[in-house]
Design a protein around this ligand. Structure first.
Ligand code: NAD
Ligand code: RBV
Length: 469
């Protein structure tokens, strides 16, 4: 039988399995959903593609989706985020997985295509996406087929972005093999559940442009996702990435955190807890005021360039740290990003500049400018917590991934129309409930009188949909 996986080393499977077994107990939400639905198998008969960091936590998500009956294929959603031992453990069980740490961009997009391609060239019914790359490839391929049908030729590739060129070339290659590939698979796709803020932003834009080809579930905006993973997850995994890469002392350093959303709040709090002086940059007056009232300095990046020892971008926006900004930084400043995409820092411009790049070790580079100034860049500007460490810890990923599983069950069961959906608050509260025991947290039960007085059902939901937590 043809080997249906591409990973670093299948010999790592035992180590991966040991880590997975330990983490299962730290993922009570995921494991209890597994138990609850394993006999019903609500995903039976569904082909499911995942494009999400191939970590040990994701391995437990994959095995949950399989236990619920799905036929699963997987790729990572970042070239540096795969834990090779976790990928090996999954491959060893016979689940097709295409992911290893240190993919090239061509390999990365090939892996995404492999994850989307089931036997007999069938596509998925369901997608789990993180950042929207699987969704993007499908939509781009579909658009190219439309264009070709209309013009009998391909549009010129006008972008100069190296990753976009890789995607354009890949969809042309697919088209030459089968001119209807994406039109054949799209009718079978029920929908996608999207993990992260930036992926949701992409989906909102597609919906507004009337370009969405299938239903989409916003997992990120469940309270038990963005108010936990983005905040408490980054509060621990940011420093893990920085320290594993650089081994630098944090105490006393000035850290500039660009963006004070959920991720920025976690990052700033973490840095302060290590004794750093934290400066925040923001464009949104509400977030800027929040940062100020937490006691952080709120400044423009330009005004603190030569003060910062460490710069962290957390915005989900682009061109936050430009080459000119980097030129203004002090000697041995460390620059990193924890937002989903690598365009927050102008890495291409830095690579094309007069600075000389020297790799200290993978995902840790020193750039020396002609005047002798040294700047350290972590994970080549990609998410530092997953590129230089192992991403968020299992417990918090259990809250995120419990939402993913519930969204997948919803999609499979209800087959909703094209549109963007949120998980109902009851399920959000249920996800939280599933995690209380593990932390010995006791929940107070409302009396009937109290419930009536504040106007809620005794068993929830306890807040209005607009409540911000
Ligand atoms: P968010 O929208 O809550 O926060 C982003 C903040 O950045 C906002 O407050 C916004 O006003 C601010 N911002 C935008 N442009 C800016 C600029 N030019 N200068 C300063 N501030 C600016 O989003 P979030 O949930 O905090 O997510 C941020 C990014 O992190 C996204 O890309 C998300 O996908 C990603 N993410 C990564 C991880 C991880 O594990 N690495 C975890 C969760 C989310
Ligand atoms: N993330 N996954 C992990 N350990 O598997 N760590 C972080 C992990 C996710 C997180 O949910 C965030 O929204 C996304 O990565 C950004 O790509």
């Amino acid at each position: 039988m043809k080997q249906d996986y591409k990973i670093k080393d299948i010999g790592l499977a035992d180590l991966g399995r040991k880590k997975i077994t330990i983490s299962e107990k730290e993922m009570p939400g995921l494991m209890s959903l597994r138990k609850q639905y394993a006999s019903e198998k609500p995903l039976k008969g569904f082909r499911l593609t995942g494009s999400l960091h191939m970590t040990k936590e994701t391995a437990i998500l994959i095995e949950t989706l399989k236990d619920l009956g799905a036929d699963v294929r997987w790729a990572s959603c970042n070239i540096f985020s795969t834990q090779d031992e976790a990928a090996a453990a999954i491959a060893a069980t016979g689940t097709p997985v295409y992911a290893w740490k240190g993919e090239t961009l061509e390999e990365y997009w090939d892996c995404t295509l492999q994850a989307l391609t089931f036997d007999n060239n069938l596509g998925p019914n369901l997608l789990v996406d993180d950042g929207g790359d699987a969704t993007l490839l499908i939509h781009k391929g579909y658009e190219l087929e439309n264009y070709f049908n209309e013009h009998q030729s391909y549009p010129d590739i006008t972008t100069t972005n190296s990753e976009e060129i890789v995607i354009e070339n890949l969809i042309r290659k697919v088209h030459q093999l089968n001119a209807n590939h994406w039109h054949n698979i799209v009718p079978d796709i029920i929908g996608v559940s999207e993990e992260t803020t930036t992926g949701v932003a992409r989906l909102i834009q597609m919906e507004q442009d009337n370009k969405l080809l299938f239903a989409a579930f916003n997992v990120n905006d469940s309270a038990t996702k963005s108010k936990f993973d983005n905040l408490y997850g980054c509060r621990e995994s940011l420093v893990d990435g920085i320290k594993r890469a650089t081994e630098v002392m944090m105490a006393g350093k000035t850290v500039v955190v660009c963006g004070y959303g959920d991720v920025g709040k976690g990052c700033a709090q973490s840095m302060r807890s290590y004794g750093c002086k934290v400066v925040v940059t923001e464009i949104d007056p509400i977030c800027a005021l929040q940062a100020a009232m937490e006691g952080y300095e709120v400044k423009t990046l330009e005004s603190v360039l030569n003060k910062g020892h460490l710069f962290v971008t957390t915005t989900g926006n682009k061109d936050i740290i430009t080459l000119e900004h980097i030129r203004g930084m002090r000697d041995q400043a460390i620059v990193c990003n924890i937002g989903h995409f690598d365009n927050e820092i102008q890495v291409d411009a830095l690579n094309d500049s007069d600075a000389t790049r020297e790799q200290i070790k993978p995902q840790y580079d020193k750039y020396t400018f002609p005047d002798g100034k040294e700047i350290f860049l972590l994970a080549e500007g990609r998410l530092v917590n997953l590129g230089c460490a192992t991403g968020h810890a299992s417990f918090v990923m259990s809250t995120s991934f419990a939402n993913q599983v519930l969204a997948q069950i919803f999609l499979a069961d209800r087959k909703p129309e094209i549109g963007l959906y949120d998980l109902p608050k009851e399920l959000d509260e249920e996800v939280a409930r599933l995690h209380l025991n593990h932390l010995d947290a006791e929940l107070t039960i409302l009396t009937d009188n109290q419930a009536q007085y504040i106007g809620v059902n005794k068993n929830g939901p306890f807040k209005k949909d607009e409540y911000r937590y």
